[in-house]
Design a protein around this ligand. Structure first.
Ligand code: 13P
Length: 244
């Protein structure tokens, strides 16, 4: 269960959030829990989550270790700060920053090199779904961004299916729609990396997950967890999702 805070909260707000969140999930051993705050809040998040099972993730990384790349942050730095995870290729990065599949591969490889678990996002736009192109888009994203990994690399990643039309819109995919997309992604994994990898890979659903719809989504065998945006910004709301 991962919370993507996007461009919200200051370090002080991060500290207060995690202080309130910790006791609400102290007994939640049924899943991994990850919070992904903005870069400047990562040290505060790591400090406040120390001694708990809550992992801290970043929302992006650059593939280099260091260098003259103004405005970027490397996996080396994220590891040094104490991150365990990093979101890669969120649809907002794909849309606003034109992230492409070759970059996804480089970012995943860099994350793994620095011991970070990549949460790699895929998902179709509304126009693509309406044109019946959902599986084509998921195929393109898988073939370009994930298929080039080695089986050893692939075994360490988490996939998040986030239909873009469901993000921040309140229009959650039905459990059936999400499940169908997950099954398709899993079939791609099986075809490329084998049945064991297909069964083992964790696929999270993201897009308007709320405390009142998470249960229906999680009832689907294909859905292994959730990547939550808006509803992860309040500790009680995200704890209710974690403890669905
Ligand atoms: P919302 O939960 O706000 O729809 O955002 C989903 C998302 O983009 C998580 O990465």
């Amino acid at each position: 269960m991962a919370g993507n805070w996007k461009m919200y909260k200051t370090p002080a707000e991060t500290h207060n959030y995690i202080e309130a969140f910790k006791p609400l999930v102290a007994a939640s051993t049924h899943c991994d829990i990850v919070l992904c705050p903005p870069f400047p809040n990562l040290p505060a998040a790591v400090a406040e989550a120390a001694g708990t099972t809550i992992g801290i993730g970043a929302q992006n990384l650059h593939w280099g270790k260091e260098g003259a790349v103004t405005g970027e942050v490397s996996g080396h730095m994220l590891q040094a700060v104490g991150c365990s995870h990093v979101i890669i290729a969120h649809s907002e990065r794909r849309q606003y920053f034109k992230e492409s599949e070759p970059e996804v591969v480089k970012k995943v490889e860099a994350a793994l090199e620095w011991g970070l678990t990549p949460i790699v996002c895929v998902g179709e736009l509304l126009a693509e779904r309406e044109a019946g192109r959902t599986e084509d888009v998921l195929s393109e994203q898988f073939d370009g961004g994930l298929a080039p990994l080695t089986p050893e690399q692939f075994a360490k990643i988490v996939i998040a299916y986030e239909p873009v039309w469901a993000i921040g819109t309140g229009k959650v995919a039905t459990p059936q729609m999400a499940s169908d997309a997950h099954r398709f992604i899993r079939s791609k994994v099986t075809a490329r990396f084998g049945a064991e990898a297909g069964a083992a890979v964790r696929i999270l659903y993201g897009g308007s997950v709320k405390p009142d719809n998470v249960k229906g989504l999680m009832a689907e065998e294909e859905i292994d967890g959730a990547l939550v945006g808006g509803a992860s910004l309040d500790p009680k709301s995200f704890a209710a999702i974690v403890n669905y």
